[in-house]
Write a protein that binds this ligand. Sequence first.
Ligand code: SF4
Ligand code: SF4
Length: 234
Amino acid sequence: MLADLENLFHELIKGKEGIIGACQYDAVFDNLMPVQQKVLSSLGTGRSLIVFGIFHSPRALSSINLRKNGKTDYASWNIYAREYHQLNSILNEVAEKMAEYVKGIPIPATTQGVASNINRVEDYYTGCISHRVGAELAGLGWRGKNELIVTKEKGCAVRFASVICPSRLEYGNRMDNNCQDCTACLDVCSVLRKKAVLKNYREQCRRFIVKLNLEGDVCGKCVKACYNHWNSQP
Ligand code: SF4
Ligand code: SF4
């Protein structure tokens, strides 16, 4: 069945590049924070979680954090922000169609537009499910030093969505962490560099994103650094 789902997924993403895998629903539940366990249970239960991602384009990634005439080029940076929205909306459509196919429940890519409407990052966890746990358990990537899922294909330059599936599927295996001695994401972000000593680095990240005020809740500097790192590997 997973092979059929892979074919369907690649048809649905209309020429974009993506990855798909599956893991046990219960394993995802057990690895989520309690607040996210409640959100997942409220969506529904199943035997498996199908997790899939679409990669960002090189053009959007290269638009992040450029300088023009000695100033940050926010107009260019918004190319990435707009693609972020586009990928989320494709993923949400794909999740709906995959859920119909397996008689399951779609979990959208993310809840958009919340970063500036909340006062602390913890409020975000009550409204949506992080797909990172599922992606890790499905063997699509490992948790990198920037806490995002790093794929062998394009680093962290990927957006995810999921579907709760009532059937048992073929499950992936968790990948080893392959960051090794790379520090590319830490080199571009002081928040990440101070992650271990900050009380809550995610909140600092959220505040930085709100301050950036792009056309989406994004920054992407650590995503671009990771993509460039993997893209430069022989
Ligand atoms: S998204 Fe930006 S602020 Fe947040 S961790 Fe990545 S580089 Fe740092
Ligand atoms: S940039 Fe390097 S250290 Fe950071 S997540 Fe990617 S591979 Fe890991």
